[in-house]
Design a protein around this ligand. Structure first.
Ligand code: GLY
Length: 420
């Protein structure tokens, strides 16, 4: 019913095509001309930046150069094509909002499900993470790390922090892990140690801080008196050294006094000479000549021994006066295991279970401590007066603790290696 027969027929299509192929004019988009295969010769485009109702050209693109460029295509046609990417360049784009900063290209979805993120509401060592009592916001080092990491993501993440724990004592971290496992929280962030048992039930990110269990113990001072200069040698060493000085003095006197004027004189004078000669070798300051070859032989060997004694004394005294002058009687975890004295741990930490299950330390020996003040008090009292012999805790807490408290130190090395 279209009555196509009423339409007139155009039968000069080839002629039309031929005429189109021959066109050569400058149109709105530049030169319009086709090659033998019907393709546009040197097609090129302006790259424009629309700013509200206006626009500005920020560069060009042309088939000839195959690059985005601020130089017009016509200017390039006279040169051989240079397709090096180093030449690719556009003027700065002004993005919506009148900013030169490139937008990420996303917006917060209005219907996104917020992630429920559990965070430990700590009572002590709040620097790591806790709820601010005044504002109710969650703050701390772990939160800073988390928000910085989020800002690096190329997409938004909608989340809310849910404090875990009353804030009046440190929460139980195993319970927090369990709440992630049972989907009460979508995730948890904080000073959560990555332990073997926890990795069985939940996934962890890469650790953001190194941690490990260490022993905190009270320290004794090495040097208690101004007699520190006697400490490099033991009493026996001092006695033996003094004896050798006298023996060498006597031996040299025996070998020398018959032929050497320096070792002659009344008996009292000779005794003084023996003492004076032998002890002045300590400073290589003896003035008496040795004339016999055997006397010289004894003296040269003795001077070499003196050199060694003086060097050892100097080195030991230097190290005593310069290196850490504090020491604990506990050298490592074996000392804790072999004793029956109480050991402290931080409330809520995995350290308690670790000591019971992995180190076979009796639970009855463990004392829960909740704050740095309690740590210091328990260590000060010691096991005999209701305190503890040592505290086992993670290194970051211990370092924070030691930044405030003295006369306490880390004993031995970390005996576990983990991360948060
Ligand atoms: N940092 C305490 C714990 O992970 O158990």
């Amino acid at each position: 019913t279209l009555h196509l027969e009423a339409m007139s027929i155009f039968d000069m299509g080839n002629k039309l095509l031929e005429n189109i192929r021959k066109v050569n004019f400058t149109g709105a988009s530049g030169q319009v001309q086709f090659d033998a295969s019907g393709d546009l010769i040197h097609p090129a485009y302006d790259i424009i930046n629309i700013i509200r109702n206006g626009m500005r050209t920020v560069g060009f693109w042309s088939n000839y150069s195959g690059l985005l460029s601020t130089i017009s295509p016509e200017a390039l046609y006279s040169k051989p094509p240079n397709t090096s990417l180093a030449n690719q360049h556009l003027y700065d784009v002004i993005w919506p909002g009148e900013t030169a900063q490139r937008p990420r290209g996303w917006v917060f979805p209005s219907n996104a499900k917020e992630l429920k993120i559990g965070v430990p509401n700590r009572f002590s060592f709040k620097e790591f993470v806790t709820e601010d009592n005044g504002t109710g916001s969650i703050k701390g080092y772990c939160i800073d790390v988390f928000t910085q990491a989020l800002s690096l993501l190329p997409y938004p993440v909608s989340y809310k922090f849910i404090p875990f724990g009353s804030g009046t004592e440190n929460p139980n971290y195993d319970k927090l892990i369990h709440m992630v496992e049972s989907n009460e929280f979508d995730a948890a962030i904080g000073d959560i140690a990555i332990t073997m048992s926890r990795t069985v039930t939940i996934d962890f990110t890469q650790p953001f801080i190194e941690t490990g269990l260490v022993i905190l113990a009270p320290v004794k001072k090495h040097i208690k008196t101004s007699w520190a200069f006697l400490q490099p040698f033991t009493l026996e060493m001092w006695c033996v050294t003094g004896l050798f000085f006298l023996i060498v003095g006597v031996v040299v006197w025996v070998l020398e006094h018959r032929i050497n004027e320096d070792f002659r004189g009344p008996p009292s004078q000779q005794i003084i000479t023996i003492f004076w000669f032998s002890f002045s070798t300590l400073f290589f300051a003896h003035r008496e000549n040795t004339m016999s070859s055997s006397g010289r032989g004894v003296l040269i060997i003795w001077l070499f021994v003196v050199l060694i004694i003086v060097s050892s004394y100097t080195a030991s005294l230097t190290s005593i006066l310069t290196v850490q002058q504090l020491d604990t009687s506990i050298k490592g975890i074996d000392d804790l295991k072999s004793s029956n004295d109480p050991i402290g741990f931080q409330v809520g930490s995995f350290a308690q279970d670790y000591m019971v299950k992995e180190l076979n330390i009796s639970r009855s020996r463990l004392r829960a401590l909740s704050s740095p003040q309690e740590y210091a008090e328990a260590l000060k009292l010691g096991p005999k007066e209701g305190g503890v012999m040592a505290i086992v805790d993670e290194r970051p807490y211990v370092e924070l603790f030691l930044s405030t408290y003295c006369k306490i130190a880390v004993a031995g090395t970390d005996f576990t290696s983990r991360g948060w």
